[in-house]
Design a protein around this ligand. Sequence first.
Ligand SMILES: NCc1[nH]cc(CCC(=O)O)c1CC(=O)O
Length: 316
Amino acid sequence: MTSVADRVIRIGTRGSKLAVAQTGTIAKKLEEAGQRVEIITVSTPGDRSSAPIAEIGVGVFTSALREALLDKQVDVAVHSYKDLPTAPEPGIALAAVPLREDPRDALIARDRLTLGELPSGSVIGTGSPRRMAQLRALGLGFEVVPIRGNIDTRIGKVTSGELDAVVLARAGLARVGRVGEITETIDPLQMLPAPAQGALAVETRVDDVDTEHLLHSIVDDEATRAAVAAERAMLAALEAGCSAPVGALADVVEDLDAEGAVVERLSLRGVAATGVEGDSIQILRASAIAEKHEADKLGRSLAAELLDLGAGALSR
Ligand SMILES: NCc1[nH]cc(CCC(=O)O)c1CC(=O)O
């Protein structure tokens, strides 16, 4: 391997419990491969503000970490991939996309209830327009209210009785050891996750090829990278950001080629909601399948299909 083994690789992370846990998994893999690492916490404006994400803007959690990377305060930045803007960042390389956790959303409800068991009028908290739209589109009479805050704060609102339920990413709950409190892992047929949910993005500087290659060889997962590329290509082509009412989920699936032989292909499902601000919510869904190396094209063509169906009126 490269001679980077002689130095300590500085890994930057946000300070939240979730971010520290995520970064810890990457640090552990590097250490197991004999690499010395140091974890450096970078505070971001997103951590300091409690305003709705829609107001403080895309990239609020990730730009400070990227700045620390470009300033050479750290050598590696670990992000929740779904929080990254779709536009590429000059000077920064996507060194690795590790094997992702279960990408689905999870319900934590009072009395261990599921979505189907929660009565009409139940109050469910989520700050995500995507989750809000898909919850309302179930037509079960839920009142969906905006919330923010870290995982502990959100779950606390159910424990205290302030809310009947909250919806969170299962992956985040897994990373902080709270999957036991999940009362239903939501079927993607009912709620598609955010593009790249559950995945991490491991970034390095473009001029630090040794570190990039090291991270790639130790933590990259090709199937996750392809799936996430398709999901994010769809999001980018819809010109929507991380707080848009857009969901996407890609999987590598077994399919048959023209001769009937089993081949691996990439399957992508997408959802976009319009009218989220008013009360005439409309949900548009589509799906498609393509060759594994055509992730970008698959994402773009599914976005085109959603736009044809009416996603042009996407509320931003
Ligand atoms: N937007 C905040 C955020 N960014 C990443 C995760 C969870 C972990 C992940 O999806 O990778 C969360 C919390 C949540 O959506 O419940």
